[in-house]
Design a protein around this ligand. Structure first.
Ligand SMILES: [Zn+2]
Length: 382
């Protein structure tokens, strides 16, 4: 079975093919054609993109839930919601407010969903060994007690190779046995720096466990001023100064999580190739926003009125970052699809439109309104 997508503005890493065609054989991309040498004679089915941009499906590595469904409780319903918004790969994120038993249960729930779902690819574990002074609902964080080997071994064993990322705060005492065990169980696991006020020296001291990723840059991080009265520095400054390190960004519509000026600074320092757009979306709860922020619809709040993730989907984050930083469509797809695939080591299968890769595609206009999504060669229209 060969499908041909025609009338498509195909978004590649190197730029856009205008009015091109993509052939799909079974679940994979089998040809990419320019306008002048199009040949769709072998196609069994024609899909008319009607002039839409067709880019690689979004990969959201840091998302807790959306549309009323938590990814660690009702993962399939939540993943379907995000699929409608173009997210063809998800790392499901539990929450550091979960206690030991609840976190074990969350891992089990997500792992069984991974067997049934085509777009849940793993777990992103934000914590539990972060600095409990940073983040929403921080006073309810149950992980303030010293790091306990019996507990972390059970957690790491349950998570197995499904967990792709652990977010850590280097200043936590007794962290090294956890890092070593997590790396032994999953040699490819990524340590992310986040919910932390570690100094660059503390981060350097992690040695071979040094973080490859900064969890939601410029959010829930602290800075220490040494000596007092000088400008503090911490995880954000460390990341800005490490060319190989990836930075997650939550780009909401009004730049509340990260001010547009800081989004521009981050993009300049990291370059397009080290930025990873995330939604950090949380379940929409009953909590009313503070009145002065009530007009902004892509934010989420905890019971104290503090920011608690977002209500973003990645297509909206793409629209927002284009407005905040003036980047183009092809660059935006690199930050929402290509870079997360590289980071996770999944770039031989997903993350860009190339012959041989899985046909995970989004059909969008220039404002990132999603018209169709293809997941593993299967088309969903909205
Ligand atoms: Zn967080």
């Amino acid at each position: 079975m060969v499908k041909a997508i025609i009338n498509a503005n195909i978004v590649l890493e190197r730029g856009i093919i205008w009015d091109g065609a993509i052939l799909i054989s079974e679940s994979r991309i089998s040809d990419i054609q320019e306008a002048e040498n199009k040949d769709i004679s072998k196609a069994d089915e024609i899909i008319d993109a009607k002039g839409a941009y067709v880019g690689p499906g979004f990969i959201d590595i840091h998302v807790h839930g959306g549309n009323g469904y938590l990814l660690f409780k009702e993962p399939l319903k939540a993943a379907d919601f995000f699929l409608m918004h173009g997210t063809t790969s998800i790392l499901a994120a539990p929450y550091y407010g979960l206690d030991y038993e609840a976190l074990l249960e969350a891992f089990k729930t997500i792992k069984s969903a991974m067997v049934q779902s085509k777009n849940i690819k793993g777990i992103y574990c934000e914590g539990p060994y972060i600095n409990p002074n940073y983040g929403a609902e921080s006073d309810l964080n149950p992980w303030r007690t010293p790091i306990d080997e019996n507990r972390f071994k059970a957690l790491v064993d349950e998570a197995g190779t499904a967990v792709k990322v652990w977010t850590i705060a280097p200043e936590r005492e007794g962290l090294f046995p956890f890092l070593s065990y997590a790396r032994t169980v999953n040699p490819n696991v990524i340590f992310a720096l986040g919910h932390s006020d570690a100094t660059p020296e503390q981060i350097h001291a992690l040695g071979k466990y040094k973080p490859k990723l900064l969890t939601h840059a410029m959010c829930a991080t602290g800075r220490r001023a040494v000596p007092r009265g000088t400008r503090g520095y911490g995880p954000d400054e460390y990341c800005l100064n490490q060319p190989e390190m990836y930075a997650e960004l939550i780009s909401d519509s009004c730049g509340i999580h990260v001010n547009p000026t800081l989004q521009q600074v981050l993009l300049k320092a990291k370059g397009i190739s080290r930025m990873v757009l995330i939604s950090d979306s949380f379940v929409q709860n009953e909590q009313l926003p503070p009145p002065h922020l009530a007009h902004i619809h892509d934010l989420n709040f905890d019971y104290t009125g503090a920011l608690d993730g977002s209500r973003l989907t990645l297509n909206v984050a793409c629209r927002n970052i284009m407005r905040h930083t003036n980047c183009g469509i092809a660059q935006t797809f690199i930050m929402a699809s290509t870079n997360p695939a590289h980071l996770l080591g999944m770039d031989d299968e997903i993350g860009s439109i190339e012959i041989g890769k899985i046909a995970d595609l989004v059909f969008t206009d220039d404002k990132f309104n999603i018209h169709k999504v293809m997941l593993g060669g299967d088309l969903y229209s909205f």
